[in-house]
Design a protein around this ligand. Structure first.
Ligand code: HEC
Length: 111
């Protein structure tokens, strides 16, 4: 019985840890690649809902990339949005963006 409880607690911590690690990775991407143009960091992320961000980040972030590639003012970001490093990290970026979206409320159990 005790073993089962301990196993559950262990799984829970591993789950929280990996979730936080993924969000942290996404935050690093955001600070490195987005803040130069979208200053304000979290206040920018908070403007959108979880659904908005999920939509922008679907298909490996295609809608978000296209939105920038179509806009001449975002020219300096084209190289990044067309690179494979963007595609590789969209999963982490999405986790970060959704976590800090307007209506996320965060994950209380993990904080
Ligand atoms: C070189 C500058 C630049 C970089 C880098 C950049 N953006 Fe943008 N972004 C823009 C411009 C310009 C627009 C269009 C004008 C606007 O809506 O502010 C835009 C628009 C957006 C929009 C739509 C705005 C809205 O209110 O609907 C989102 C969301 C967005 N960017 C997210 C990001 C994310 C996430 C990153 C990092 C992966 C990023 N941007 C990197 C310049 C940039």
């Amino acid at each position: 019985m005790n073993k089962i409880v301990l196993t559950f607690i262990f799984i829970f911590f591993v789950f929280c840890f990996s979730l936080e690690a993924a969000i942290h990775k996404g935050q690093k991407v955001f600070v490195k690649e987005c803040v130069s143009c979208h200053s304000g960091g979290q206040t920018f992320v908070v403007k959108k809902t979880m659904r908005d961000w999920k939509k922008l980040m679907e298909q490996k972030g295609k809608p978000l990339a296209e939105l920038h590639i179509k806009n001449k003012d975002a020219k300096d970001s084209w190289e990044y949005f067309e690179s494979s490093s963007y595609e590789k990290k969209t999963k982490h970026l999405q986790e970060f963006l959704v976590e800090y979206a307007k209506d996320s409320g965060n994950v209380p159990a993990c904080n």
